[in-house]
Write a protein that binds this ligand. Structure first.
Ligand code: SAH
Length: 354
């Protein structure tokens, strides 16, 4: 590796910040050697903060009904071949009860933008989960809503919110979404969530159509400036019933590289090794942890709906019971010397002010 690369990596490690051009250089000149060095540094940083603990989140896919039509997403409104479902409140609470028994202390409610899940319904649900499991965190991933809605859900106890920014480049955003959707609104949501007091997660797909070194550099700069508590990145994986069916998937190598870089930008960040990474490589989730990630999100949805929450083709773990998923991941983590812990897994340094 050249001297410039070496000094950029050092700068990233000590100052957690690079210029846009420097991020672009880091991405553009990726080699196995730079990847290994970044991974080593990222693991050192993670080790100091989180040790060898891996946090688990129980993912509950509450609905695949969505008013949006994101070009990449398998549950987009215009996909007529998607068999739609929504879970009842009782089913969701049952998933949480099962998850609790399996050692989960964070539940992630994720879904399409389904009007059935009004503020009233979601707030009632959060209240019920918190009442049954007061020692658990509730994370929401329900897309774009009004500030008032985010505030109401926070006031009844929601702890965290995941809303990937998808891309920090407005023109790129517009090539991934229909004109009804707006980059500015997505950014507005992220800022509202932060101001309200959530632990906030942004993130993007690696290898999404029209992504370039430049747009990725912008993603990294955005992450540096926004300082998210969580950051979800995984490879783009095409879905057969979308406009991007014929596009190539993102790669494990670039995803892992960016995971390491993000760990160095935000040392404390909660960084999942995603299901999409496990989908494109049978060892993907282990590889993500080994380059700096510290979170895994096994599926807690009822087996009857898992195949229907198909964001992309060949999604893994759609046939397994929750207990199987949990144990499988636990073993995978042990096999590489990491331990799944029974813990809410808040971001390091977080003071719960409730
Ligand atoms: N409706 C919610 C949840 C979206 S699904 C929201 O808007 O936030 C969660 C994430 O899955 C998305 O943010 C997107 O980044 C990712 N995703 C969607 N389609 C995908 C695909 N084809 N390949 C990989 N990831 C995908």
């Amino acid at each position: 590796m050249d001297g410039k690369m070496r000094s950029l990596i050092e700068k990233l490690e000590t100052r957690h910040s690079l210029s846009l051009a420097e991020y672009a250089y880091l991405i553009d000149r990726r080699t196995d050697e730079t990847a290994a060095l970044l991974a080593e540094k990222a693991c050192m940083v993670r080790q100091q903060i989180y040790g060898r603990d891996v946090y688990v989140r129980g993912l509950i896919e509450i609905s695949n009904i969505c008013k949006n039509d994101c070009y990449y997403c398998g549950i987009r409104r215009s996909n007529r071949s998607c068999e739609r479902y929504r879970l009842s409140e009782e089913e969701i609470l049952e998933c949480c009860a099962q998850g609790y028994a399996l050692g989960f202390r964070t539940f992630v409610l994720q879904g399409g933008e389904d009007a059935y899940f009004s503020d009233e319904t979601v707030c009632r649900l959060i209240g019920q989960i918190k009442e049954a499991h007061p020692d658990c965190a509730v994370t929401l991933s329900l897309g774009e809503r009004s500030r008032e809605s985010y505030q109401r859900m926070f006031d009844v106890g929601a702890d965290r919110y995941l809303l990937r920014h998808e891309t920090a480049d407005k023109a790129h955003y517009e090539r991934l979404h229909p004109p009804q959707m707006s980059f500015d609104n997505r950014m507005r949501c992220l800022r509202d969530l932060r101001e309200i007091g959530y632990q906030v997660g942004c993130g993007f797909m690696v290898g999404s159509p029209y992504q370039t070194v430049q747009t990725l550099a912008e993603d990294l700069k955005f992450i540096e400036e926004f300082r998210p508590d969580m950051c979800g990145i995984g490879p783009f994986v095409p879905h057969k019933a979308t406009s991007f069916a014929k596009e190539p998937a993102g790669t494990v190598e670039l995803t892992c590289y960016l995971l390491s870089v993000i760990r160095l930008i935000c040392p404390n960040v909660l960084l999942p090794s995603t299901t999409a990474l496990g989908t494109i490589d049978p060892q993907g989730r282990e590889r993500g942890i080994l380059v700096g990630a510290n979170v895994v999100m096994p599926n807690l949805s009822p087996v009857s709906v898992r195949k229907k929450y198909e964001l992309y083709d060949n999604k893994i773990c759609t046939g397994d019971e929750s207990a199987q998923c949990r144990h499988c991941l636990e073993q995978r983590m042990e096999s590489i010397g990491y331990h799944v812990v029974t813990d809410r897994g808040d971001v390091s340094g977080w003071k719960n002010s409730r």
